[in-house]
Design a binder for this molecule. Structure first.
Ligand code: GLY
Ligand code: MN
Ligand code: MN
Length: 447
C-alpha cells in the first residue's frame, strides 16, 4: 500500500475514533467467502466500511478501534493499543492454493495499522468481562451476522453471550456513523470516483459502435465489461441493466437476454468500479442509430431535466429540491407535448427519484432508516451524486401515444459538488441527440 493510501485510511480510523470517543470500542468486520456452488465461492469482495477504514482486501479480518486504549499482550511487555487488525494466519498450503496472506507481523509495514494479531485471538476480546469496561460497542452489525467460515465460528460464542448475559454495554450499528463520514468525499476518494467514471466513459464510446439491430442485450453487456477491464476498471459497480424496448421500463432489469429490435431504444445503466469506488451511468441509444421523432421528443425532455438539475447543484441546495425540479421539467415537457393532461400524474411515468449519493457504494450515504428522512439532503462540498431523470411508458399505457408505448429513457451523470457549484465527472460522456446519431452513423444497422 502506498503512502497516500495509508494516510487516507489512517485518517479515516482517526476520525472514526474521535467520533466514537474514549469510552467506546469499535469492532468492524471484514467480509468472508460466500459459497456459490459445491466447493466454489463467489469472487471475494471486501466489505466497504471495512475497506474505508483499512484499505485491506483479505478475507476473515476484523478491525478493533479503542480510542481510550486497551492493554495488548506483547512478547516483551504489555502495550497500550488504539488500533488492532486481526488477520488470517500465515499458511503455506493455503497460500499456495488461494494466494498470499499478509500475516500479522507485516501489517504495520504494509498497511500502516499500529498493531495486529491473528484472527483467532479475537475470541479473547469477545467476552463480557472485557467488553463491559466500555460504555458503547460499535459493530457493523448487519455484516457481522453474515460472516461465514472461521469468522462465524469466532463470533458465535459472542452472539450467544449477548442472548444470555449481555454486558452493560450499548451495542450500536456502526454503519450509520460511518455513513455520515462517507457522505463527504476527500480528494483521494474523488480521484477514484473520477477514475471509475473515466473508465466507464471510454467503454461506452467503444461499445456505442458495436450496437445494431438483431444483437442481444448480453452482447452489449459483454462488450462494455470487456472495455471496463481493458481500461483498468477492477469490478462492475453494480449488476448492469442493458434493456431494449419495453425492458427499459423495468427499473432494475437484470436478465439482459433479449434481442435488440430495429426501431427500439436501448437503455444502458452500467458502470465500472475502480479501487472499490463506483461510478453510475445511464445512456439511452437508438438501436439502429437514429431516433424517431417521438423518441427524440421524449429524449429531449429527459435531457432538459438532466441539464436543468445539474445547473442548480451547489453547496446548500437540497437534493429534495433538485428532485422537485426534475419532476417539474419532466411534467412541463410532457404537458407541452400534449402527452400529459394533468401534471400531477408525472410520477406514474417518472417512477424514481432524480438521484442519490455515490462513493464506495453505488447507493452511498443513504437516508437513515430510523428517521425515514434523508439526513444527507442538504448538499455539501465534496458530495458526489447522480442526476438521473427518466420517463417510462409501458405497452399497456393506453393513454400514451401508440408510438411511445414500450419506451424508456434515462440519462444519468455523476456530479461532484464543488465549493461554488459542481463538476460533471461524466462530462465527456456522449448525450446530445446529434452527437449520438453521428457517432452511430457507421454502425452496421442492416444486420
Ligand atoms: N444503477 C443503479 C442506479 O442508477 O441507481
Ligand atoms: Mn443511479
Ligand atoms: Mn444507474
Amino acid at each position: 500500500m502506498n503512502k497516500e493510501q495509508k494516510s487516507f485510511h489512517g485518517s479515516r480510523r482517526k476520525e472514526f475514533s474521535r467520533l466514537i470517543g474514549r469510552d467506546s470500542i469499535a469492532l468492524i468486520f471484514g467480509s468472508t467467502h460466500r459459497n456459490k456452488s459445491y466447493d466454489g465461492d463467489y469472487k471475494f469482495k471486501q466489505y466497504k466500511n471495512f475497506y474505508y477504514l483499512t484499505g485491506f482486501e483479505e478475507a476473515n479480518s476484523a478491525l478493533m478501534l479503542a480510542p481510550g486504549g486497551i492493554k495488548l499482550k506483547s512478547e516483551k511487555n504489555d502495550i497500550t493499543a488504539n488500533e488492532i487488525l486481526f488477520v488470517q494466519k500465515k499458511d503455506q498450503m493455503m497460500e499456495t492454493w488461494n494466494g498470499k496472506r499478509v500475516g500479522y507481523q507485516n501489517v504495520k509495514n504494509e498497511l500502516g495499522i499500529e498493531n495486529a494479531r491473528e484472527n483467532k485471538d479475537l475470541s479473547f476480546y469477545l467476552n463480557s468481562k472485557f467488553l463491559s469496561r466500555f460504555r458503547k460497542l460499535y459493530v457493523n452489525l448487519g455484516e457481522m451476522l453474515k460472516l461465514s467460515g472461521d469468522m462465524e465460528t469466532i463470533i458465535t460464542p459472542f452472539l450467544n453471550m449477548l442472548n444470555i448475559t449481555a454486558p452493560h454495554v450499548e451495542i450500536i450499528d456502526a454503519s450509520y456513523l460511518l455513513g455520515t463520514m462517507r457522505f463527504v468525499k476527500t480528494p483521494f476518494e474523488i480521484k477514484k470516483i473520477k477514475n471509475a467514471a473515466d473508465v466507464s466513459t471510454s467503454a461506452y464510446y467503444e461499445t456505442l459502435n458495436s450496437i445494431y439491430p438483431g444483437m442481444n442485450e448480453f452482447n452489449v453487456q459483454s462488450v462494455l465489461e470487456f472495455y471496463y477491464r481493458f481500461h483498468g476498471g477492477d469490478d462492475i459497480a453494480y449488476h448492469p441493466i442493458v434493456a431494449a424496448g419495453e425492458n427499459a421500463c423495468i427499473l432494475h432489469y437484470q436478465n439482459n437476454d433479449q434481442h435488440l429490435e430495429n426501431g427500439d431504444l436501448l437503455l444502458i445503466d452500467s458502470a465500472s468500479e475502480y479501487n472499490y469506488y463506483c461510478s453510475d451511468i445511464t445512456r439511452t441509444f437508438p438501436v439502429n442509430g437514429k431516433f424517431t421523432d417521438e423518441q427524440k421528443l421524449i429524449y429531449e425532455i429527459v435531457l432538459k431535466a438532466n441539464k436543468e438539475c445539474i445547473k442548480k447543484i451547489r453547496p446548500g441546495v437540497k437534493f429534495s429540491y433538485i428532485n422537485q425540479l426534475s419532476e417539474k421539467v419532466l411534467a412541463d415537457g410532457l404537458f407541452d407535448a400534449g402527452i400529459l393532461k394533468d401534471k400531477k400524474n408525472i410520477k406514474k411515468y417518472s417512477l424514481h427519484g432524480v438521484g442519490h449519493h455515490i462513493g464506495l457504494d453505488t447507493h452511498d450515504a443513504v437516508p437513515s432508516a430510523k428517521t425515514g428522512v434523508s439526513d444527507f439532503d442538504t448538499l455539501k462540498e465534496g458530495n458526489v451524486i447522480t442526476i438521473e431523470p427518466g420517463l417510462y411508458f409501458t405497452k399497456n399505457m393506453k393513454e400514451i401515444p401508440l408510438k411511445l408505448r414500450g419506451t424508456g429513457v434515462r440519462i444519468e451523470d455523476d456530479i461532484l459538488v464543488t465549493r461554488n457549484g459542481c463538476l460533471n465527472l461524466t462530462e465527456d460522456m456522449i448525450k446530445e441527440v446529434t452527437e449520438i446519431e453521428d457517432a452511430m452513423k457507421e454502425n452496421d444497422s442492416d444486420l
